[in-house]
Write a protein that binds this ligand. Structure first.
Ligand code: FPP
Ligand code: MG
Length: 265
């Protein structure tokens, strides 16, 4: 994805900063929505300064990212990022809703996962390839790598919520159930334990629901099935990036897929 001279251009470098700012802004807002007290082992902005200032702080970081993006002066790249930001917000909205129809639930979860997590990664990979004057087929490879690694990342995140402790995560464990969210492990567990359906529909809101859902997940192979799915997306990411000619950068991206799949925090 580097230019032929293998030097990173300044606009490609800026994309790294812009993506990090959009991601940070979204997490500052997310911690307000989720009422989280800790992130990456530190106290959250909302906990220290309150929700109003946290929302404004997130807005400020997002506006700084927009200024930096406009400065690049590339309309295609600007529209790629507006799409990614729209997806972030739509993904969060999708997460607030539940599907009554069990057959639609997994599709809804994967679409939400793409929008909330993978779209920003996919679109930033694409933007960097555009700024490197890559051919459309290479742009597509970059996008597909980001899309697949992004979905794999979120699936692993959803597994860690069941398998890791708060100390390791730097944020509370079992947080998803407590927020009423049915992620991969629960959706797979529901195929083995249909009793979970009622709990999912009421978003684990009745006393004891969270504990009961946790037990069902532990008794099922929901965690293993979600891990398996994450590996499939990881392999798909590697398959796409392997279409590029060999380079140390390509190898680093292949290694990144492995890191995403084996992380424990
Ligand atoms: C983390 O989810 C949250 C996201 C990946 C995206 C959040 C997006 C928004 C709040 C929309 C607003 C967007 C902008 C650009 C300001 P999580 O709660 O599953 O992960 P966590 O456990 O790390 O909190
Ligand atoms: Mg959160």
């Amino acid at each position: 994805m580097l230019k032929s001279g293998r030097e990173l251009s300044s606009s490609q470098h800026s994309i790294g900063m812009i993506v990090e700012m959009i991601h940070t802004a979204s997490l500052v807002h997310d911690d307000v929505i989720d009422g989280s007290d800790t992130r990456r082992g530190k106290i959250t902005v909302n906990k220290i300064w309150g929700e109003r200032k946290a929302i404004l702080a997130g807005d400020f970081v997002l506006s700084a990212a927009s200024v930096a993006l406009a400065r690049l002066g590339n309309n295609t790249v600007v529209s790629i990022f507006t799409q990614a930001i729209e997806d972030l917000v739509r993904g969060e909205f999708m997460q607030l809703g539940s599907k009554e129809n069990e057959n639609e639930r997994f599709g809804h979860y994967l679409e939400k996962t793409f929008k909330k997590t993978a779209s920003l990664i996919a679109n930033s990979c694409k933007a960097v390839s555009i700024l490197g004057n890559c051919d459309p087929d290479v742009q597509e490879i970059a996008y597909q790598y980001g899309r697949n690694i992004g979905i794999a990342f979120q699936l692993v995140d959803d597994v860690l919520d069941f398998t890791s402790c708060a100390n390791q995560l730097g944020k509370p464990a079992a947080a998803d159930l407590k927020l009423g969210l049915a992620t991969g492990p629960v959706l797979f567990a529901c195929q083995q334990f249909p009793e979970l359906h009622t709990l999912i529909m009421r978003r684990f809101s009745v006393d004891g629901d969270v504990d009961q859902a946790w037990q069902y997940v532990q008794q099922s192979d929901g965690v293993q099935q979600t891990c398996y799915l994450a590996h499939q997306y990881g392999q798909e990411a590697v398959r796409h990036i392997s279409m590029l000619r060999p380079s140390p950068e390509r190898d680093a991206l292949i290694q990144l897929a492995e890191i995403v799949l084996t992380r424990n925090k």
